[in-house]
Design a protein around this ligand. Structure first.
Ligand code: NAD
Length: 364
């Protein structure tokens, strides 16, 4: 394991820089606890990239991301850039980073902290103890397949079309991620498809099943996507790892995230063969930017994922999650997760409190 680590930090827009600043406090604590040298460089992306260079993903920012051991991203976008050409919008930076860095596996955990069980819209008994992980294919499938577009048939009828295509290697590599990660959790993968209707996802099922022969310790089940959408609100605790395609994962992971209460709580990791990027699942929240209202915990928990998946250090990852749990157990809340009887704090205070809790774990 390397003791000298390079992290590229891309704060982005809106609340992005606010939540990233708090995550950096956490990285500093871990650096001193473990005696690591963590080199941090930051660069503009999104609207900030556009303002600096006229492009949402400046070459220098992409180069920095390519050279880093891991990338930490805040969020991009905002009303200021809504009028500009689609190809220059801040959100293009995300697609550019994902495809340029080959980030084919998107990991979105939906874990409920016990102190926040009542923040979910579902009943306590349905979500208490929930800990599932959606593994979504991120750079293939119908969002990228060719041909795509809108055209006009000879009889004048207009039509829109996209192509759902997956190659065997694309399915194998995402399945491998799901099986590997399940091996570090509860050894269970549910592969979600629409094999009864779509040939391409019947093929998905076949390739995932073949791949499973290399993972004797992991249980594999298959589920149609419509059933999975229903099971996620009926009995979400039946799942450990959900493996699925780009579009199904897009939809199911948003559904899974809301089981846990607030969008401000949910981290994510996007992994490729050589690169990895970590970010909260929320956007730049222009409505609360600059007001100390942003919940930094999703970004702090993204740092926990970074230590686990990119820096191969499970312990700091567990420490960070435990520190968050402990702060929440003390009744401290940002406004998005505030409830009666709790103490409301701002973005920076929440970051400070988690950092303090983390410090205490020095002697654990
Ligand atoms: P959003 O996630 O930014 O905000 C949705 C709602 O959740 C808002 O009410 C916001 O105040 C709240 N919220 C979000 N994060 C929060 C946090 N950490 N703490 C407390 N409350 C939080 O989604 P949106 O409003 O649809 O989009 C705003 C901008 O962000 C748009 O430009 C959009 O394109 C962009 N966006 C970027 C990303 C990304 O960078 N990965 C993802 C989604 C949206």
């Amino acid at each position: 394991m390397k003791n000298d680590v390079n992290i590229a930090v891309l704060p982005g827009d809106g609340i992005g820089p606010e939540v990233v600043r708090e995550a950096l406090k956490i990285i500093k604590v871990i650096e001193s606890k473990l005696g690591l040298t963590i080199n941090i460089d930051d660069a503009p992306v999104g609207g900030a990239g556009y303002e600096a260079t006229g492009r949402p993903l400046p070459d220098a920012s992409l180069a920095m991301a390519r050279n880093a051991d891991a990338v930490l991203l805040g969020a991009v976008g905002g009303p200021r850039w809504e009028h500009i050409d689609f190809s220059l919008r801040p959100e293009r930076a995300l697609l550019g980073l994902r495809s340029s860095l080959g980030l084919y596996a998107n990991l979105r955990p939906a874990r409920i902290f016990s102190a926040l069980v009542d923040a979910s819209t579902l009943k306590r008994e349905v979500v208490e103890g929930l800990d599932i992980l959606v593994v979504r294919e991120l750079i293939g499938g119908i969002y990228f397949g060719q041909p795509r577009g809108v055209d006009t048939l000879e009889d004048g009828t207009r039509r829109g079309f996209n192509t759902l295509v997956y190659t065997e290697p694309e399915i194998e590599r995402i399945a491998r991620v799901a099986f590997d990660v399940a091996g570090k959790r509860n050894n269970s993968v549910c592969s979600v498809d629409k094999a009864n209707v779509l040939e391409s996802t019947n093929f998905w099922r076949e390739v995932v099943t073949n791949m499973h022969s290399c993972y004797a310790d992991v249980t594999l089940s298959h589920m149609y996507v419509d059933n999975c959408a229903m099971q996620l609100v009926r009995n979400p605790k039946q799942f450990d790892v959900i493996l699925t395609t780009n579009m199904f994962g897009d939809i199911l992971s948003d559904e899974a995230s809301m089981l846990t209460g607030s969008i401000g709580m949910l981290p994510s990791a996007s992994l490729g063969e050589k690169h990895a990027m970590y970010e909260p699942i929320h956007g730049s929240a222009p409505d609360i930017a600059g007001q100390e209202l942003a919940n930094p915990l999703a970004t702090i928990l993204s740092v926990a994922m970074m230590f686990k998946y990119s820096l191969n250090r499970e312990q700091p990852s567990a420490w960070i999650e435990a520190a968050v749990e402990s702060v929440l157990a003390k009744g401290v809340r940002t406004r998005d997760i505030m409830s009666r009887g709790m103490k409301e704090v701002g973005t920076q205070a929440m970051g400070d409190l988690v950092a303090e809790e983390l410090e205490k774990r020095r002697d654990d």
